[in-house]
Design a protein around this ligand. Structure first.
Ligand code: AMP
Length: 277
């Protein structure tokens, strides 16, 4: 496994890569959710490139950029075990040098949900992913359904800007009790970890209600809200049942819907989602 710490090194390794390149962008502190993307990329490409970059521009001023968990040595061992060929680990100084002035702003689909609670977040995400795509030039890039709105934003950017690659989405990997794996789960103390199951419980409730024939989105939103509210450590930011493509809130669940939620458990902000086809 080769490690590129500068953009020039990454481009030099890319030039020497033969066959299709599969790319897995991450912010590190890897878990099985990330590794599932690496495994799929390994199965589908001749060369697998992963990046580890905690992207400062996608964090708001009051968010956890500084405290975001980092463990490069452990990450590299995990990537090596999955037969990653190249790991790109640029510095923030090189990615955003003084005078950096160009941004990718995907409109509309970023107005809601995460976009409305984290202003500027998707501008940071789209910009860094566009930069990484330009540096790595993958044939396929792998993203997790865990970040459902991010997937829509990246797909829209790739389509609108005619980027020459395929975006591949892999299912959310969960702990055995349903909690979606996330680097941020490390923030949870044992009580909070227990309380965090409420996100999956609320999503499961939505799926069950829909399967039993409920079509009224507001009824389901209210049932989810009331279930989460019974958990004293949980504070809801949003509970959404939206059109899976446009993210417009639904009144009738009469088309593919994305059920998604953001909940604070203590100080930790967790997101999760489920698709109702
Ligand atoms: P992050 O390091 O949080 O930026 O995530 C890097 C990639 O891994 C993104 O495409 C995420 O959507 C994906 N990912 C994170 N957690 C999970 C999970 N539990 N299951 C599947 N994919 C995930």
């Amino acid at each position: 496994m080769q490690i590129a710490k500068t953009i020039a090194d990454m481009k030099a390794l890319r030039t020497k890569s033969l066959g299709s390149v599969g790319f897995v962008p991450t912010m590190g502190y890897l878990h099985q959710g990330h590794l599932a993307l690496v495994k799929q990329s390994r199965a589908e490409n001749s060369v697998v490139i992963a990046s580890i970059f905690v992207n400062p521009t996608q964090f708001g001023p009051t968010e956890d950029f500084k405290s975001y968990p980092r463990d490069t040595e452990r990450d590299l061992a995990m990537l090596e075990k999955e037969k990653t060929d190249i790991v790109f680990m640029p510095s923030a100084e090189e990615m955003y040098p003084e005078g950096f002035n160009s941004w990718v702003d995907v409109e509309k689909v970023t107005d809601r949900l995460e976009g409305s609670y984290r202003p500027g977040h998707f501008k940071g995400v789209a910009t860094v992913v566009a930069k990484l795509f330009n540096i790595v030039e993958p044939a396929r890039a792998y993203f997790g359904q865990k970040d459902a709105q991010q997937v829509l934003v990246i797909k829209k950017m790739v389509a609108d800007l005619n980027m020459n690659l395929e975006v591949i989405v892999a299912p959310t990997v969960r702990e055995s009790d349903g909690l979606a794996m996330s680097s941020r789960n490390v923030y949870l103390n044992p009580q909070e970890r227990q309380a965090s199951i409420v996100l999956f419980k609320a999503l499961t409730l939505a799926r069950n209600r829909r399967e039993k024939g409920e079509r009224n989105a507001e009824t389901v939103r209210q049932e989810m809200t009331s279930l989460i509210s019974k958990e004293p450590l949980a504070k809801i930011e949003y509970v959404s049942i939206a059109d899976a493509q446009t993210l417009e809130e639904l009144s009738e669940i009469d088309k593919p819907a994305l059920v998604s939620l953001a909940v604070r458990i203590g100080k930790t902000r967790l997101i999760d989602n489920m698709l109702l086809e």
